[in-house]
Design a protein. Sequence first.
Length: 487
Amino acid sequence: MTTKVIKGGTVCTADRTWKADVLIEGEIIKQIGEDLVGDEYIDAEGAYVIPGGIDPHTHLEMPFMGTTAAETFESGTWAAATGGTTMIVDFCLPGADGSIKNAINEWHRKSAPQICSDIGYHMAVTGWDENVFNEMKDAVDMGVNSFKHFMAYKGALMIEDDEMFASFKRCAELGALPMVHAENGDLVAELQEKYFSEGITGPEGHAYSRPPELEGEAANRAITIADAAGVPLYIVHVSCEQAHEAIRRARQKGMRVYGEPLIQFLTLDETEYFNKDWDHAARRVMSPPFRSKDHQDSLWAGLQAGSLQVVATDHAAFTTDQKRAGRDDFRIIPNGSNGLEERLAVLWTEGVETGRLTPNEFVAATSTNVAKILNIYPKKGAIVEGADADIVVWDPKITKTISPANHHSVLDYNVFEGFNVKAQARYTLSRGDVIWAWGQNSQPQPGRGRFVPRPAFSSAQKALSQWKALNTPRKIERDPQNIPAGI
Ligand code: DUC
Ligand code: ZN
Ligand code: ZN
Ligand code: ZN
């Protein structure tokens, strides 16, 4: 088996930083140490050697809001590789038959011939019946151990509280992780109607109709339901202080609740929607929407304090033409924005270069914490002997101005256009193969990526229900002698 040595770099993991070479044999990290020898060498002088990025939240080729996300499994995983991300976790949505098993097989059918690097899935639970209950077990057996619940998108994907409670209890039984899109969908629908009927038809109406209070309410509600069900909870795309506060409070009480801010929310704000040309604003329409600077500060603080654990993208790429379906009605602009290729470079520039995050915290948020929370650590997310050789030679001296002219996404724009980023992937390796080399731009073989099954959690990772009301039968002992007259 050929061996490769990543030579002369500084290994940077979630917990330490040290000078070392990394020896790769086949797909696996074989040894970490000084002066290692191999058949081939990869130059890491002056660069960090970090675990490949894992984006826990993408929507490639997702059928959504009357169209299909333009980023394919091929273009998406290629774009990811160029930005230092070696694995994505994509959301499967059930098709018209509502079957979970069929949806997972459909995702395999679409992704397998196309992916340039590894992939995992989450499954969406968009309704509740016996079939869903049964098929959740099939999903876990198929290596999908997390289930997303949409508390918004009324009339489409939204799930009711009783259904969510049933699904969360099923997750507890199966050792699976429930996830929520936390926004109060009933009130969002009311506000959309209100603003639209008042004549606000443009993208600013999208931001007005999805205020942070509605995200905070839903986050609190989901936490309460998870607590009652005795299951951990992962809250996707946390955008605001209200949702962050709910997570902070729950964690302080001992609940296993995780929060995922997006790179967009950390670095772009609501002014993108106001007094901008229609295309500019519509391209940035996503749910939840971008917030004010105060909310950004809260998210950065959460990453530093550990109350928020990972940074994702929710990469859901719709072209300008697709966005224009909502030209006269903000309610039908396809929701989603890009970030898969930019996540690491933007987080490094706005987080590490500004002193808000250490390089180790950067690695934790982009890779290691994701692998731990999604139960694929240390196969992924680690530079240790025996781990998959998903490694990035991260060069803090390569600068770039982000532009649709130099990105690898199929999108005709980029929400980070004009950002000057201060680091880039010099090399990206996926299971030992160099799938990106700065300056060479040669795409790896589509289909070389693999599906990564994620096992159910052990009982130690489950959360205990703190709900005495549900778990301890309570009865008032009636003493017939003491019942007052008249009752
Ligand atoms: N939000 C988006 O903006 N796009 C995809 C789905 C979602 O919840
Ligand atoms: Zn409802
Ligand atoms: Zn969502
Ligand atoms: Zn999403």
